[in-house]
Design a protein. Structure first.
Lengths: 615, 615
């Protein structure tokens, strides 16, 4: 625990406490002081020392060896690891040569004069030492032990501090009002991922909302002007692994603002709350249109920590004889594209290349052409003989491929070839890293705005019908407002996504604030039952200001900041990979008797019956 | 909107906004500036002025009368109330004699030069004026309009600021960690008031907890040391009116602390967050034992803003001939008690006295003796003739009753007579206030700690069996620890309630931190199935520090601070008196199809069937 970011004011850390100091606090200028520490026994050393731990660090306690202190010695030597004690004693400088420079309190030790044992610890399922590896399920079952690790202590404290600084920025500096919105709400149209909560009225259910979207807009209609909330949100993703059914978003909305305003606000907030120890972040963040992101990175949330962009080779192969390329180019929006993996030819094994081809085949149903550039500049590839010298030269020229590099070439419609190469680009970066290459700076934080998304997309199963790319409340670009009524599929929206290191950590939009426009979108474009949103439409007709906002995924943001593999590492009591609380065993059985007052009963699945299709 | 408490930094209030200033901001030193305001049309005056409103106040906009501005004039004169506009213009000093001293911006007006109409408002169900009375159901149905009132704006902003200052105190000054705990949890033993949430596993349910009690204790076991959370809690009170199914508590827990420590912490926090405009609050708060509270006020949450304490007259009537007094005194813990209502004889009508007797009869099954002290010092009462001169004199002496005062006398077991008179005491204060008397200072805030509660109480329906007075995790007073094993019904607990003006606004305790003691309480004293809490017992056995905490009811605290009749007035989107969201119509019907994936079906009540017993 060396960082100081999450310990702002050491002075108040022991107020109202049995202790006089924390275990991370004492230095040589305390020598001679009588102090009281409380904490957990990390370990005993040679019956001479107890190493005592609390959230702030470790302190060495010297066990007195004098005959007169034999009782005290006996008590201390008897302690099991993780027992909880209070020790009073005198701070001493450690004998010459025994200072521990790796330990912040390493210059001193406490000569114990008094001890109180609060609790003796039984044998634990695992030791509380950072190097002890525990299985995920053991960590979840004994979460209260897992949280004692310095990593989890740091993550939870960082989370608390980060949120506090966001609040200061929003509330104290810019007048945002922290408003709590209900979580017992009404089911939204098409809200298939919303948990239901039975009420005591037969057949009537509340619903746990996926976000406070409607409420934040209503608060703008209510004249709150600026709203924020660290909002608990719920999403029932059923059987999907590694999703948390409840999560937290930094939810923001303001009136009389445009897209640029919200973007500046978020940049200012992140800059303000960013821990100094992680290095400064620069604003404004890079901005890219959706079209540019798809063109250059094949994905709408590009990892801009490295290049390896998609290269369009369609022109080069326009008059090619190579059958699969020509046929791809002949199709609507057909394209030939490549990425160049620096040192890929040198580093990648045949197995790596097979893996990439496998991804292309299974996830995208595409063939992938692999071209290795040998050290002498010649190509190794099934394509080699089909390429003329001039095309070969132009290929190397356009892709910038150098000896030792690897080219991955795919040909299909843009709709397919971009996501394919976007996916392989990330996979290649990981392979390169596994060989010790550093295509991206893993300690860097690259924020990126992606803007100008299409407002509507064709439905997957019914291409003629449009659905919202994000949600039905997003306003069109001002210059596209009329296109809504003539060419809705061409309309771009005032939606913006915030991307960090290739992960979407937030999204928002300027909302439609006119009832007539909102009604047209719901009824005429989306063909939805607008009566379910009649309260919102009525509100827009009651003096709604122009407004917009954003929601940031707090758990995701934090997990990227601390480099955690899962958001479970930044949540105190997460559900397991399979959505269970392994500590308390939730969800749990409830008796039919208890369900009676909610007027529901369980439909137990029957073998071979249709009822468990939903599983 | 005159208070300044909730507008800390005016400077950042217009950042990123279309406006240059808020509608409450401009003063005479702005004269000559070109400004842009955004807001709602409060009203038009004589086709000369538009009064524009936002959350911060009102500004007068001068409609230009020049021919060259005829279009602008037409647009402005056409505006309906509550339409939303942006106006750019020049700040002018109002002509001599036209300044409005009642209006913070009353020295200036804006000469409009440009207007943009964002939204025209339709006819509303009620006007947005503070003096317009609306029915509760209309307010709830159109909550986004109701929130535009200056009262509701103030309440929500005060709430936001108050919480922010609590956070600063806890997090920045004293190192508390803001930890979010899950709301999808396991049903707790006897948790009859917990909403259930069906999962996609047949028969298995999450539960929405009534408080994060278990999690906060587990965080202490986890070494978090100091935790707080503005915690959303849920309580399904079924058909009880005026209860909110979700509410917020300021949830606090810390390790290595005793009862006095937690009490100081809360006092410091409330003092820190208390709005200056409400006057300072003094610490430490008054402390009273449960026994003292019951003895003097007949209730465990006394309103200490006024005296009118219970007076024990048992000694006086020890050898009385009056039958009902003697018989009461002859019963176990029998007692004769009185309260003296100053000026009660002068002010109370016969109807008032009947009302008091009615309360005694219907709620407590007791007769109430009423004694009026006439202006000449003689008594008017059915008791009068039964009292000797010396007893009469002693009665007036002990009760301090003066001419014009009223004595209410009841005789029963302490168990009954105290709550009866405690109840009548409050009723009398209200009656006095209805006649313009001021028994209590209604602008004062009297905080009070009540301590030394019994740890267990006999079950109502099974007097031999004990149940927890608060919850099973409360530790006994240190000096009563051994009594647990010998005389549990005599044990007092380390529980403390915080009372404000006669309302309980918080409660907490030092918890049991030894597994063996916790197990003994659950198993041997409460006879509960301890296996349901096995994870907590296991945690206590894994190195649990001594710890304790408190939870404050944020909604209740705020409603007392602002003098609101209901907590609905300090919640943005509350449920109605009957538990419904009248705006969106939650709870709502959900199709059987949608319930299928949760493996539940609705049990529709049949006429005369047993199924709707729970209603």
């Amino acid at each position: 625990l060396t960082g100081t970011f999450y310990i702002i004011l050491l002075s108040g850390l022991s107020s109202w406490s049995f202790r006089s100091h924390t275990c991370g606090e004492l230095r040589s200028h305390h020598v001679g002081d009588t102090v009281t520490l409380c904490g957990w026994v990390q370990y005993l050393r040679q019956d001479l020392f107890v190493i005592l731990r609390d959230f702030s660090g470790l302190t060495q306690i010297l066990i007195p060896q004098e005959e007169s202190a034999s009782h005290l010695k006996a008590v201390l030597c008897d302690l099991t690891a993780e027992s909880v004690i209070k020790v009073t004693g005198t701070v001493r400088r450690r004998p010459a040569g025994q200072a521990n420079k790796a330990m912040p309190t390493g210059e001193i030790e406490i000569h114990a004069e008094n001890v109180e044992v609060f609790n003796v610890c039984r044998q634990l399922p695992f030791e509380i030492k950072d190097f002890v590896k525990k299985s995920e399920s053991l960590r979840m079952q004994y979460r209260y032990l897992d949280l004692r690790s310095s990593q989890m202590q740091r993550n939870l404290r960082l989370r608390s501090q980060l949120v506090m600084k966001m609040r200061e920025y929003l509330s104290n500096t810019h007048g945002f009002v922290d408003v709590e919105t209900p979580t017992l709400f009404k089911r939204t149209p098409g809200g298939a991922k919303e948990f239901v909560v039975p009420s005591r009225e037969p057949g009537r259910f509340f619903s746990l909302p996926q976000s406070p979207q409607q409420f934040k807009q209503l608060l703008m209609v209510a004249g709150i002007d600026r709203y924020f909330q660290m909002a608990r949100c719920y999403r029932d993703e059923g059987s999907k692994p590694d999703r948390q059914p409840e999560f937290t978003q930094v939810d923001i909305e303001m009136s009389f603002v445009d897209q640029a305003g919200i973007m500046s606000l978020v940049e200012g907030m992140l800059q303000h709350c960013w821990p100094a120890e992680m290095g400064p972040i620069e604003v404004p963040f890079q901005t890219m249109t959706y079209e540019e992101a798809m063109r250059d990175y094949g994905v709408d949330k590009p990892d801009t920590r490295f290049s390896m962009k998609l290269i369009d080779l369609s022109e080069l192969f326009l008059s090619t004889d190579i059958e699969f390329l020509r046929s791809a180019l002949g199709r609507p929006r057909g394209s030939v594209q490549a990425i160049c993996v620096p040192s890929g030819a040198k580093l990648f094994t045949g197995k790596d290349l097979d893996g990439l081809k496998q991804t292309a085949k299974t996830q995208f149903e595409q063939e992938l052409s692999v071209v290795l550039v040998r050290e002498d500049g010649t190509l190794k590839s099934p394509l080699r003989k089909l390429l003329s010298d001039s095309v070969t030269e132009e290929l190397l020229n356009q892709t910038g491929a150098k000896p030792g590099d690897l080219l991955l070439i795919a040909a299909a419609s843009l709709h397919t070839v971009r996501p394919l190469l976007g996916n392989l680009r990330l996979q290649c970066a990981e392979i390169l890293e596994s060989y010790g290459a550093s295509p991206r700076d893993l300690s860097a934080f690259h924020f990126l705005w992606v803007v100008d998304f299409p407002l509507f997309l064709p439905k997957e199963d019914e291409l003629e019908q449009l659905e919202s790319a994000h949600h039905p409340f997003t306003a069109p670009l001002p210059e596209h407002a009329q296109l809504l009524y003539t060419d809705p599929h061409k309309v771009l929206g005032q939606h913006y996504d915030l991307v960090l290191n290739g992960c979407e950590i937030g999204g928002g939009s300027i909302r439609i604030h006119k009832a007539s426009e909102q009604l047209y979108v719901l009824k005429n474009i989306l063909k939805e039952d607008s009566s379910l949103l009649s309260h919102l439409l009525e509100a827009l007709d009651s003096g709604a200001p122009p407004h917009g906002g954003i929601a940031l995924g707090l758990d995701r943001l934090l997990s990227i900041m601390v480099g955690a593999p899962s958001i479970r590492d930044v949540i105190a009591f997460p559900k397991s990979f399979r959505g269970h609380d392994l500590m308390s065993h939730a969800p749990d059985l409830v008796s039919e008797e208890e369900l009676k007052s909610y007027h529901i009963s369980v439909r137990w699945p029957t073998d071979g019956g249709g009822e468990d299709e939903g599983k």
